[in-house]
Design a protein around this ligand. Sequence first.
Ligand SMILES: NC(=O)C1=CN([C@@H]2O[C@H](COP(=O)(O)OP(=O)(O)OC[C@H]3O[C@@H](n4cnc5c(N)ncnc54)[C@H](OP(=O)(O)O)[C@@H]3O)[C@@H](O)[C@H]2O)C=CC1
Ligand SMILES: O=C(O)C1=N[C@H](C(=O)O)C[C@H](O)C1
Length: 233
Amino acid sequence: MKIGLFGYGKMGKMIENLAVERGHEISARIDVENKEIDFSSFDIAIDFSTPDSAFQNITSCFQHGIPVISGTTGWLENFDKAVSICNQNNTGFIYASNFSLGVNIFFELNAQLARMMAQLEQYNVSMEEIHHTQKVDAPSGTAITLAEGIMANTPYKSWKLDENGEDIVSIHSKREGSVPGTHIIDYSSEVDSIEIKHTAHNRKGFALGAVLAAEWLIGKKGVYTMKDVLNLS
Ligand SMILES: NC(=O)C1=CN([C@@H]2O[C@H](COP(=O)(O)OP(=O)(O)OC[C@H]3O[C@@H](n4cnc5c(N)ncnc54)[C@H](OP(=O)(O)O)[C@@H]3O)[C@@H](O)[C@H]2O)C=CC1
Ligand SMILES: O=C(O)C1=N[C@H](C(=O)O)C[C@H](O)C1
């Protein structure tokens, strides 16, 4: 595959190494706004850019018929618009707040635990996410996906940052050193607690998942998720 990388920061560089190891070519690296982009030089785009630039990056690819893998967080207020533009241009799209295989299993575990806890009113759920100090968005995209997984399976109605309440999934965001990404879900009652935790040891898992998703998407039309890629549906 010829890949266009949108965002050539920590993730872009990690994806480049892994994609080349797997026999792919990086034929464009787009790291700044309004750069002249030769859309004919790549078959698929992988976007790990910034919350402010992701929508523009993704939809300009769709308008040139290029399928996109996006892992950028913090831009999802425009997600439905991006999906429409993908479909109008008859191309392909996978977005994931977290591409690591382990986190995608963790999403399933979270939903299953939420279903079991749904009837137990004595437990309160809360979440903690810990990331490196360069992270610009809070809470993490992964924490939002986890909160949505809880809300879909319990009476919890919304999530809030650092706010407690009966129907609220409370999320606490910590920024420490160079932590790649840790997510902890805690159900606590007066008598005990149940915790599940995912710890990324480095960024390789995110990069591998994104490249696997690109290999899976190439040649397909439509909007998919990592559940489709990993056959978890
Ligand atoms: N879904 C997942 O599995 C994962 C998602 N992420 C998410 O991916 C995103 C990137 O993370 P990370 O690589 O760590 O961040 P970095 O800050 O290291 O990289 C982002 C890069 O995007 C560049 N950029 C700025 N403006 C544009 C633009 N208009 N077009 C293209 N690129 C641009 C930045 O350039 P400059 O520095 O010059 O501004 C920078 O090099 C974040 O949203 C993060 O949350 C991260 C890890 C895993
Ligand atoms: O910015 C990061 O680094 C990460 N961002 C993603 C998120 O917001 O969930 C995924 C991962 O946790 C690393």
